[in-house]
Write a protein that binds this ligand. Structure first.
Ligand SMILES: [Zn+2]
Ligand SMILES: [Zn+2]
Length: 282
């Protein structure tokens, strides 16, 4: 596979997510891959003889817009007989009442029906959140929000079970939690491309922690590693490695651990210089 072909596939995958919504992009993925492969091959072929003249550029643009139309049309067609699981995001045929993947109750309406405006009745394009005619929020957007709220509530119930000694996260984002047993708990809040919001949320949570008695400690004190001792156990919140994965996803580590040098580490007083008088005991 050529460099260009790889770049095209990557670009198309991203474009599809933006065009039809992340949930639906999963559902149309197999078909999109097939269409993309065809287009990528064709474009790669074209550029072998690419001379930089306008005819070639127009050809490339044409190939892309054909692909976009094909994907859009396919998604719209598919949405008429498809429901999306609000929990796991997997597609299911419209006759199903429960998700075959995870058992979650499915919405009453198909994806296409969920894109019909309840105010003015317009059938909107799949992936649209607001009516293109009157601006009202579409049922699909409301369903997505409700599903997100349900998921967040489930995660916070897990938080209460696993992280009861830490102040609750109330700083936004799409949250998830992972229990690593004796290695601690990893929590993440995703801000969907908004890196600044992710950083603000972490700053805000550091402040909440400090208002709740967590503090920098040890030989190298820093707000990025906060500690609190409760009944002889030292609890740590690691926000130092928050953004080592995705720049818009804040990953926070929670575990029981002493800071370097110990929780009670006190910086030693600098030693006084010894003069002759000290040495002689004068
Ligand atoms: Zn499901
Ligand atoms: Zn409308």
């Amino acid at each position: 596979m050529g460099f260009l072909e790889r770049a095209i596939r990557k670009g198309v995958a991203k474009g599809v997510g933006q065009a039809v919504g992340n949930a639906l992009s999963k559902a149309v993925e197999p078909k999109v891959t097939e269409l993309t492969n065809k287009a990528a091959n064709a474009i790669d072929e074209t550029t072998r003889e690419y001379t930089g003249n306008t005819a070639d550029t127009a050809g490339l643009k044409g190939a892309f817009s054909n692909l976009e139309r094909a994907v859009g049309g396919y998604a719209t067609e598919m949405s008429k007989n498809m429901k999306l699981c609000p929990k796991c995001g997997k597609p299911a045929s419209s006759d199903k009442k429960f998700c075959p993947e995870c058992g979650e109750p499915l919405p009453e309406t198909t994806l296409a029906q969920s894109s019909v405006c309840t105010q003015c009745g317009r059938q909107n394009n799949i992936g649209t959140k607001f009516c293109s005619e009157c601006g009202a929020k579409l049922p699909i957007a409301i369903q997505e929000e409700e599903a997100k709220q349900r998921r967040n509530a489930e995660v916070m119930a897990e938080w209460d079970a696993l992280l009861a000694v830490y102040p609750r996260w109330s700083c936004g984002g799409e949250i998830s939690i992972e229990d690593y047993g004796s290695d601690g708990v990893s929590f993440s809040a995703c801000f969907d491309g908004d890196e600044a919001a992710a950083h603000r949320a972490v700053d805000e949570y550091r402040q909440i922690l400090q208002q709740n008695g967590f503090r920098p400690a040890g030989q190298y004190p820093s707000v990025r590693q906060l500690f609190k001792r409760i009944d002889g156990i030292v609890y740590n919140v690691d926000t130092e490695h928050c953004f080592e994965g995705d720049p818009d996803r804040a990953c926070i580590g929670f575990c029981k651990r002493e800071p370097y040098g110990g929780f009670d580490y006190v910086k030693p007083e600098p030693k006084k210089k010894m003069g002759f008088k000290d040495l002689l005991g004068l």
